[in-house]
Design a protein around this ligand. Structure first.
Ligand SMILES: NC(=O)c1ccc[n+]([C@@H]2O[C@H](COP(=O)([O-])OP(=O)(O)OC[C@H]3O[C@@H](n4cnc5c(N)ncnc54)[C@H](O)[C@@H]3O)[C@@H](O)[C@H]2O)c1
Length: 433
């Protein structure tokens, strides 16, 4: 089987590697020169465990990267994995990449091949945009086109593993397309779930992500409510959940990343204004508002001339990812830059060049070097390594006066704050008290 993957980003590259592992040939198109240069050296442009090792085995054996398709490329299934970011300031995805991906198959698409759309889109987009486009370029009736929508539901940092384990949802425009999509995914994972329509599959993707967004928003709001009573919100949520299986309140933390930052908007895009729509959007907006808590805390405790260190820059710490897209930490550094701060920057996973292309600061590879003489340390994601930091080493490297650690996610675990009288330790649980 030959698959034509279009777009070798986080989704396309991990899928291509897993397909290659199963013996499927992938002939992929990618526009970014940086990504192609990396792939020539069998390297991914982002951190995903095991990916580089797999690329060493698969590049030019099962995975071939091209600039454009030619008549010699015999492709059975096209697989579109281009980005669908929101258009600036709106809740509508930018479909320009999707349209350019469809354009790129013109020379080899004859209407007989299946096209699988993987990118996240508003409900109805496969039927309204993709099917007419394909029918037109192949010169066939829309009912004869073979199209499936099969959402990506893996988590960054575990994508290679999860692609082979998660149930794969398939919605298609006709029986033949459904069976063809199923035949591909049966090679990749054990559980394939066929749903009744393209729209059902599109909705499942948006439900899965928006559910997470709302679930985290509940924890974040409860955390604020607790602090209104002078109670540490993190500790209260932990106690509320303890041994009580009907309560799974999320611990507070930022909610971002390239998917959650947009999917609630995409889900509600076609909805009439209603309490339901506002419920979904308010949850999203509440999660977005957390950045401001940190900014206000910094403004009330520090001056822009103070030396500070910020670590934890990708949008989450667990599982490991280098992805800075939709990261609240990056937004916070940006806003602090605008307020005149020039922080020391560190991260355990993110790449220096990518960070410094986005925000201003002094980069350090080692956290203990980055905090020397700092007044405050801001830990902005929950990477596992923060739980092993040596508090004594940190406090003695920092400024020898009143010092602050703002560990928003409580990533350092229980720390014996009382042993350090010059240290103020803040988490999301007491940032508002
Ligand atoms: N990142 C995730 O974990 C994740 C999870 C679920 C869903 N999604 C969705 O999957 C889609 C892709 O996400 P991503 O994170 O991989 O995006 P990405 O931006 O990392 O990757 C898209 C890639 O497509 C390339 N591209 C764009 N137009 C092209 C064209 N015409 N021809 C060839 N290459 C082209 C870009 O250069 C880029 O490398 C998005 O809709 C996203 O919402 C992502």
């Amino acid at each position: 089987m030959n698959i034509g993957v279009i777009g070798l980003g986080y989704v396309g590259l991990t899928f291509s590697v897993v397909a290659g592992l199963k013996g499927i040939n992938v002939i992929a198109l990618e526009k970014s020169e940086l990504i192609k240069e990396n792939l020539k050296k069998c390297k991914a442009h982002f951190f995903e465990p095991g990916l580089d090792d797999l690329l060493k085995v698969l590049m030019n054996q099962h995975l071939f990267v091209k600039d454009a398709y030619s008549k010699e490329d015999k492709i059975d299934i096209f697989f579109i994995t281009v980005g669908t970011p929101l258009l600036n300031g709106s809740s509508t995805p930018n479909y320009a990449y999707l349209e350019s991906a469809l354009d790129s198959i013109k020379s080899v698409y004859d209407g007989s091949q299946l096209l699988i759309l993987r990118s996240t889109i508003a409900v109805g987009t496969t039927r309204k945009l993709v099917i007419p486009y394909l029918a037109k370029i192949a010169g066939i009736p829309e009912t004869d086109v073979l199209v499936a929508f099969c959402p990506e539901r893996t988590i960054e940092g575990k994508a290679v593993k999860e692609l082979q384990e998660l149930p794969q949802i398939i919605g298609a425009n006709n029986k033949k397309a459904l069976l063809l999509a199923e035949s591909l995914f049966r090679e990749i994972t054990n559980t394939v779930v066929k749903v009744d329509s393209l729209e059902a599959a599109e909705l499942i993707k948006l439900f899965n992500n928006t559910y997470r967004d709302i679930h985290f928003a509940v924890g974040n709001v409860f955390n604020e409510i607790a602090q209104g009573y002078n109670i540490n919100g993190v500790e209260l949520i932990q106690t509320a959940n303890l041994g009580y299986e009907r309560s799974n309140i999320a611990l507070p933390g930022f909610v971002g990343g390239p998917c959650l930052e947009k999917d609630a908007y995409i889900l509600t895009e076609n909805m009439q204004d209603s309490p339901g729509k506002q419920f979904v959007l308010n949850s999203r907006k509440y999660n977005e508002s957390l950045e401001e808590q940190v900014i206000k805390w910094v403004q009330s405790h520090l001056k822009s001339t103070d030396k500070i260190c910020i670590t934890g820059l990708p949008f989450k710490g667990r599982p490991d990812t280098s992805d800075l897209r939709g990261s609240n930490s990056i937004q916070i550094v940006n806003k602090l830059n605008q307020l005149g701060f020039h922080p020391n920057l560190h991260d355990f996973v993110a790449y220096k060049d990518e960070v410094l292309a986005t925000v201003n600061g002094n980069w350090f590879d080692d956290l203990y070097d980055a905090i020397i003489d700092c007044q405050a340390l801001l830990i902005l994601n929950n990477h596992q390594k923060y739980s092993n930091l040596e508090l004594h080493k940190i406090t003695s490297a920092m400024k020898n006066e009143n010092i602050y650690i703002l560990d928003y996610w409580s990533a350092m675990n229980q720390i014996p704050v009382k042993l350090y009288p010059n240290l103020t330790y803040i988490t999301a649980g007491n940032i508002l008290i």
